[in-house]
Design a binder for this molecule. Structure first.
Ligand code: ZN
Length: 196
């Protein structure tokens, strides 16, 4: 195999990066949620659950919620209850904070079928799902490795394998393989969600 000069490698790397930038679109990544002690009830350190007692009086809860909603429209974080199951954490004592990120990716749906007639690899239990390949900057390796799911063109997908680095030189492009969690069918040229 011919040796490739580092200059060529560098040029290749730069051109790949610029192609990525021009053709990519935004993909939403759901990161691992953060667990946080419920802000609405007292936490019981012995049981690891909610004590079933509200931290606030009715007025305090209302006041706090009014302030919260200013910066977090539509979110309920404080709600008074007499005793029993906390309406915020549902008695768990914890709330999960969902975290998302938007990352520019090159998107190819059904990447294998473009070149071969072979069946697309699908993980067990995902028969009939569609695969999608994402290419992006290697700096997002950890984000993808630890993500819960990704939303590509409005469709939720899970990673079928850990992200891999591909290309000439060191770490040219990060490649992510994912598959749809909702089954899709092609109907008169349009992708229709199948709820059956
Ligand atoms: Zn609670």
């Amino acid at each position: 195999m011919a040796r490739i000069s580092s200059l060529t490698k560098e040029r290749f790397r730069k051109s790949i990066r610029s192609v990525l930038k021009e053709l990519s679109r935004k993909v939403m990544i759901y990161k691992q949620p953060i667990k946080q002690e419920c802000p609405n009830c007292y936490f019981d350190k012995f049981t690891g659950k909610s004590t079933g007692k509200c931290k606030w009086t009715i007025d305090e809860a209302e006041q706090k919620q009014t302030e919260w909603i200013v910066s977090h429209p539509g979110q309920i974080r404080y709600k008074w209850f007499r005793v029993g199951r906390c309406p915020i954490c549902h008695g768990e004592g914890y709330i999960e904070i969902k975290r998302k990120a938007w990352i520019d990716c090159l998107v190819s749906w059904n990447p294998n079928s473009l070149y071969t007639n072979s069946t697309v690899y699908t993980p067990a239990g995902s028969e009939g799902s569609t695969s999608v390949q994402l290419k992006t900057d290697p700096k997002y390796y950890d984000t993808f490795k630890n993500c819960v799911s990704v939303i590509v063109d409005g469709i939720e997908c899970k990673l079928s394998s850990p992200p891999t680095l591909r290309g000439l030189g060191n770490q040219a492009v990060l490649v992510i393989m994912a598959f749809t969690t909702e089954k899709l069918k092609v109907d008169s040229g349009e992708i229709v969600k199948d709820y059956s």
